[in-house]
Write a protein that binds this ligand. Structure first.
Ligand SMILES: [Zn+2]
Length: 81
């Protein structure tokens, strides 16, 4: 499925929840537009997993999670890795 990272990052719950999920309850998540017209929120770990496993095709240069989630450190109460 084609997926487009919007670059929007906020604090919330990851909707993808792979086994590597870091935001199953709450954490920094990015908004991704999926090919079927929907939007999902996804944490950095799940974004990596979905892209690496080929379930999401992310066009162009995929933002590296550390860059995408740089704001994570600025969010109060964000869990440290
Ligand atoms: Zn996740």
């Amino acid at each position: 499925m084609r997926a487009e990272v919007t670059g929007e990052v906020f604090r919330g719950r990851c909707e993808v929840r792979t086994e590597f999920c870091r935001a199953c309850v709450s954490g920094s998540v990015a908004v991704v537009k999926t090919g079927d017209g929907g939007c999902v929120t996804v944490c950095g770990a799940c974004l990596d997993e979905m892209a690496d496993s080929g379930q999401w095709e992310i066009p162009g240069s995929r933002p590296e999670p550390p860059a995408l989630f740089a704001e994570e450190l600025a969010l109060p109460g964000a869990p440290r890795p």
